[in-house]
Design a protein around this ligand. Structure first.
Ligand code: EPU
Length: 417
């Protein structure tokens, strides 16, 4: 298995170009199932998770041409409504085919995704919503089987804000009869990006980006040509890297408006941030100030940035309280950071981080995507060498991560194994 080796101590400087957002691309590629012509996508990141959804779409009968960052998908030949365990277990976001399959094929059989390292991650709210739209749902042998000769609009209230749940319900409701109102809907930019794609296909959606989204069903949708929005989590990871190393990094081709909570927090730590139209320049301070952070649904501080921000707090001056309110087990990076000399105490969903003068390089491994990114960041400021194993987690969600860091002056390399 590949490893990433980082020699700490380099100050990052220069420009980095941000790729398309994984978590926007996944639902948008799944939405191709709603039309029976050729959809064209640009700015699609070359990632393992994107490959996984393409394999699944192809299994369902879609014709796919991929030449990253361009992908063409034609679902005219859709002939299968079964998303099998072997494909879904590789990526839980495969559940995003449930809503569109049900809308287009009137049937869907999708393997239940199960939990992952960061939490149990149930899909009960996806299923409750679909049954309110009139789907008959059965859970058996590890599969969700859903059927509906005709989906009908309804009021759906999400007990908690769910990103892929909102996306699945939007994709089911666009072809339903009548009006659907989603309350306590997720407001993440990726949800808005999907709504924009669906509107371009001819869907009638309003309120996206707010907690009440209204969808009036239409009889059919047409194929589209769209570009995937930039990845705010990748952008945020490089912003933190600059702040962490006292660097000066220009994060290009990003959407500053989607990074409000992080910009606010980084400024409090002492970093200087200049905001451009599609770029941010982040200059790290000589001394990093500790600040408290609590993860929340958008526009709050993203759970997907928590592990990376924690690394900054590990070498800050003072102590910081980090509260994780979205996932119940998203401190899995803590034990690895401790092995690198971090002073962190966890109690329930709260981590107390006391800044230390420096971290020290060590062999480490992580069990989820953002945790792995945090270990690269830790390696950048650690004394000596850090060897990160289980790099496949990074390859699921960060395009060419070591090449991009090396371009900023980091001493980083991949060892194939
Ligand atoms: N939840 C339920 N029932 C449901 C759905 C969710 O209780 O039916 C709970 C979850 O257990 C969690 C909370 O609601 O406590 C929020 O989960 P959400 O459904 O919003 O998460 P998700 O849609 O599965 C997406 C991203 C994650 C990101 C979260 C939160 C995609 C493909 N994934 O997951 O991204 O952390 O939203 O913002 O969009 C990542 O990229 O590394 C990643 C994990």
């Amino acid at each position: 298995m590949d490893q990433i080796i980082v020699e700490g101590g380099k100050r990052l400087a220069g420009e980095v170009v941000i790729s398309g957002a994984k978590n926007a691309a996944l639902p948008i590629l799944a939405s191709s199932l709603l039309t029976d012509g050729q959809n064209t996508y640009s700015n699609v990141p070359a990632l393992k998770d994107i490959e996984s959804i393409l394999v699944l779409l192809s299994h369902l009968g879609s014709r796919i041409e991929s030449n990253y960052p361009f992908i063409r998908i034609d679902a005219a030949g859709l002939n299968n409504y079964d998303a099998p365990y072997d494909l879904v277990r590789k990526m839980r976001a495969s559940i995003l085919v449930l809503g569109p399959l049900l809308a287009r094929m009137k049937r869907a059989k999708v393997s239940l995704p199960g939990g992952c390292a960061i939490g149990a991650r149930p899909i009960n709210l996806h299923l409750k919503g679909l049954s309110l739209l009139g789907a008959e749902i059965e859970l058996q042998h590890g599969y969700v089987e859903a059927r509906a000769d005709r989906l009908r609009g309804n009021e759906i209230f999400f007990d908690v804000s769910t990103v892929t749940g909102t996306e699945n319900l939007m994709m089911a409701a666009v072809l339903a009869e009548g009006t659907t109102v989603l309350r306590n809907a997720a407001r993440e930019p990726e949800v808005v990006a999907l709504a924009e794609v669906l509107k371009k296909m001819g869907a009638r959606i309003s309120g996206d980006g707010t907690s009440v989204v209204t969808i009036e069903g239409v009889p059919s949708l047409s194929p589209v040509s769209v570009s995937i929005l930039p990845d705010r989590i990748e952008a945020g990871t490089f912003m933190i890297a600059s702040a962490l190393t006292g660097g000066e990094v220009v994060v290009k081709h990003c959407e500053p408006e989607h990074l409000g909570a992080l910009i606010h927090k980084l400024r409090q730590t002492g970093a200087e941030i200049e905001i451009g139209q599609d770029r941010l320049t982040v200059c790290g301070a000589d001394e990093i100030v500790s600040v408290d952070v609590k993860t929340l649904p958008y526009p709050g501080f993203a759970t997907d940035m928590q592990a990376q921000f924690m690394v900054l707090m590990c070498v800050a001056n003072g102590q910081s309280v980090i509260s994780e309110t979205i996932f119940e087990n998203r401190f899995i990076h803590v034990s690895e950071l401790r092995r690198m000399g971090a002073d962190i105490t966890v109690s329930g969903n709260t981590a107390m981080v006391r800044g230390v003068p420096h971290l020290s390089g060590a062999p480490v491994m992580a069990t989820d995507l953002r945790a792995s990114a945090s270990l690269i960041l830790a390696g950048l400021v650690a004394h000596g060498q850090t060897e990160i194993s289980r790099v496949y987690h990074l390859d699921r969600g960060y395009e060419s991560i070591e090449r991009k860091f090396a371009g900023l002056g980091a001493a980083i390399r991949r060892v194939r194994g």
